[in-house]
Design a binder for this molecule. Sequence first.
Ligand code: AMP
Length: 388
Amino acid sequence: MKTVSIRDSDLSGKRVFMRVDFNVPLAPGGQEITSDKRIRASLPSIQYALDHGAALILASHLGRPKGKPNPEMSLKPVAARLAELLERPVAMAPDCVGPRVEAMLPKPGEVLLLENLRFHAEEEKNDPAFSKQLAKLCDVYVNDAFGSAHRAHASTVGMIAYVKQAAAGLLMDKEIEYLTKATKNPARPCVAILGGAKVSDKIEVIQNLMKVVDRLMVGGAMAYTFLRARGEFTGKSLVEEDKIDLARELMQSAGDKLMLPVDHVVAAELKPGVETKVVDKIPDGMMALDIGPKTTEAYAKAIAGAKTIIWNGPMGVFETPPFDRGTVALAKAVADSGAVSVVGGGDSEKAIKSAGVADKISHISTGGGASLEFLGGIELPGVKALER
Ligand code: AMP
């Protein structure tokens, strides 16, 4: 089923409640925003709504206040930053529901930012009475918070039952479009690159992508649990001992679609400047911290021939050079491939930025947990609720 888009909705003169993801990182004390990336990501939908005559109410969670007001997790600094970016006033509500908010409702062209939804425990409980209070504020509901779409909360799911019109924002639309196309109907060959720390975090993703893709390339620490399952010696490399049997089962069902590292960059310990070696077999006392050049070349070759690429997770400890080389080389290969590329997860995004190729990636997902669940074939409640 298709979700309704903000583009198909009449917003003129309407009070629009837009659920956005303003869960920005704050410096200790909660006054200073250390990255406004999430605010900027919401700007196209916010601008679209204002350009189409909406009176705009914005709502988000921030941090984990556990159902109680907490001045260190207030959205006030976000209101100030948003006003600068929009070059128009953004009123800040003292709460997200109740008479004090209802007395401040915006007129067309005006913007009101509600206070942190999670100051009320009812938000995460998806409480019907709280959902009704939120719904009462608006004529049209728009969800642009893809990063929260895997949670069934009052503002992402509950309130939709009580509004006349509900639609996906531009960012949500783009996320759904790219992730759906890549996982349901990809141009082929379709390849996936999966890395990161643990097999256990990505079991559903591996199982689901195995059904979809033509090649599944595994790197990062999770590769070593697979290599152990194949009976290889992995030295001091990170291995999830209790997931070896599972890795063996996954390997058997993937057959020759699965590609594992054939060489490794190893060191005796993980620290910058440590002596490194490239090896085919991991020696005793050493840990594998990146894929080696032969693996990089084989993966880059598969990437170069692909029409669709799905990537989640780094190929090594990319935060600590020189163990970033494999990840950065693959980022460049993805960028040069000309394929439709969909990248999820904060680490892969950082690798793409440090390789300087972000503008050559078709879609960088804004939702870590949500995009992993989507790739795992799990229906996101916040997306399902927008289907009509
Ligand atoms: P994830 O959050 O599951 O995507 O995992 C990302 C983390 O995996 C990063 O912090 C990497 O440093 C770590 N990682 C990747 N490869 C390795 C490796 N070979 N050994 C240890 N940690 C790794």
